[in-house]
Design a protein around this ligand. Structure first.
Ligand SMILES: Cc1cc2nc3c(=O)[nH]c(=O)nc-3n(C[C@H](O)[C@H](O)[C@H](O)COP(=O)(O)OP(=O)(O)OC[C@H]3O[C@@H](n4cnc5c(N)ncnc54)[C@H](O)[C@@H]3O)c2cc1C
Length: 367
């Protein structure tokens, strides 16, 4: 059918389903609370499944042109000794690439607008009703054939539809994310162009080193929440340089107030109620331990557009949403379960080597 969709959230999930529906002939409006849609949070890993969604939307080449594809993922201890090596390409020629988040978000936004999606900025969604309407904080009701909550981890659409089962925060670890110029790296080949997880096992601190393109280096620092010197505001570069002396050239100057996070997980009873649906982090936020949050969000968002388009008429939409969940949920739950389980073994044990991805990350990537 060719219907009308109201979508909350111009993130990776919202823009994917919006563009796909608009290209299928639907009229689509996206409500974004921010004055201008954009993606914060420094860099991002995108696996094969996310790249396949981009290919489907005709955006793969644009995004890859401003991305980085490393020869290997390495793990190194605080002295720089290699404790793991996972070369690319992955088995089955599966790819994993990195980019600055904005370099993924901007082409998605442009594609949505190009497909005729209307993006209402500064429009804050406060809920949805299962008859297929979004509600905004100015008291307006936006009726549609389907109302979609792609409004992220704190989704009001999800909560107003009564779908939330549990939201858990992993309090033990604090994450700090930012970018620095890649030119600060001490070398321009080998490990300086690989993705390298640096572990200080004694201090229980981590620096994930991620080149994202020719110019930008994404650094993700992690430490225990109780590790006050490491998580202090403003960040103390000396503390991190002392733990990772080999990274001193890139850690010497740190942003005072970078993006900080904890690992969150969202579990829901269902992905829809009536003609209201949720997609992306709203439905299945997961810790980024296998880098699948956005990829899974985009994969499910594309599948959602297909399921809606196959509904013969408005009366069949609720059933189409149930069928969509039935086809995508088991894999999504398995990906989320692996992501959560990996939190328990985040830091390598003494003497452990990390030379394989394990089966679920590769399975998730090949969706
Ligand atoms: C530390 C960290 C590292 C990560 N690394 C990776 C990685 O490497 N690879 C990966 O695939 N995933 C990663 N993720 C997960 C990834 O960021 C998310 O899964 C992804 O952003 C989810 O996309 P989304 O569109 O569902 O939600 P979001 O990206 O959160 O987008 C939601 C959008 O909705 C808008 N919005 C929110 N509320 C409202 C409202 N009430 N009204 C209107 N608009 C609203 C927001 O402004 C935003 O634009 C990471 C997450 C964290 C915390």
């Amino acid at each position: 059918m060719r219907g009308h969709a109201e979508i909350a959230g111009a993130g990776f999930a919202g823009l994917t389903v919006a563009t796909a529906l608009a290209r299928l002939g639907w009229s689509v409006r996206v409500h974004e609370r921010a004055p201008e849609p954009r993606a914060d949070g420094a860099g991002i890993f995108l696996w094969e499944n996310g790249l396949r969604v981009l290919a489907e939307l005709g955006l793969e080449r644009t995004v890859l042109a401003r991305s980085h594809s490393a020869a290997a993922w390495e793990d190194r201890d605080e002295r720089g000794a290699q404790i793991g090596l996972r070369p690319f390409p992955l088995p089955g020629d599966l790819r994993m690439v990195t980019m600055i988040r904005q370099d993924l978000h901007a082409p998605l936004l442009e594609a949505a607008r190009g497909a005729g999606v209307s993006v209402e900025t500064g429009s804050r969604v406060v809920g949805a009703d299962p008859d297929g309407a979004l509600l905004t904080d100015d008291g307006a009701r936006w009726p549609a054939d389907v109302a979609i909550g792609a409004d992220g981890i704190g989704s009001h659409v999800r909560d107003s539809l009564g779908l939330l089962r549990e939201r858990t925060q992993f309090e033990a670890i604090r994450i700090i994310r930012f970018t620095v110029p890649l030119s600060r790296a001490p070398g321009s080949s080998g490990q300086w162009r690989n993705y390298v997880d640096h572990w200080n096992l004694g201090a229980r601190r981590r620096v994930l080193y991620v080149p994202c393109n020719a110019d930008d280096l994404y650094l993700m620092l992690a430490a225990g929440s109780e590790d006050a010197p490491a998580v202090a505001h403003p960040l103390d570069a000396g503390v991190w340089c002392a733990s990772f002396p080999l990274l001193e050239p890139v850690l010497r100057k740190l942003p005072a107030a970078p993006h900080t996070d904890r690992y969150d997980t969202v579990r829901v009873d269902a992905w829809s109620r009536g003609r209201g649906a949720i997609v992306g982090d709203a439905a299945h936020a997961m810790p980024p331990t296998i880098g699948q949050g956005a990829g899974t969000a985009m994969t499910n968002a594309l599948a959602l557009a297909g399921a809606l388009d196959r509904a013969p008429d408005r009366d069949a939409i609720a059933a189409a949403l149930v069928a969509w969940e039935q086809s995508e949920r088991a894999e999504t739950d398995a990906t989320q379960a692996t992501s959560v389980a990996r939190l328990e073994t985040l830091f390598p044990r003494a003497g452990e080597r990390r030379d394989s991805w394990g089966s679920q990350p590769l399975r998730a990537a090949s969706r």
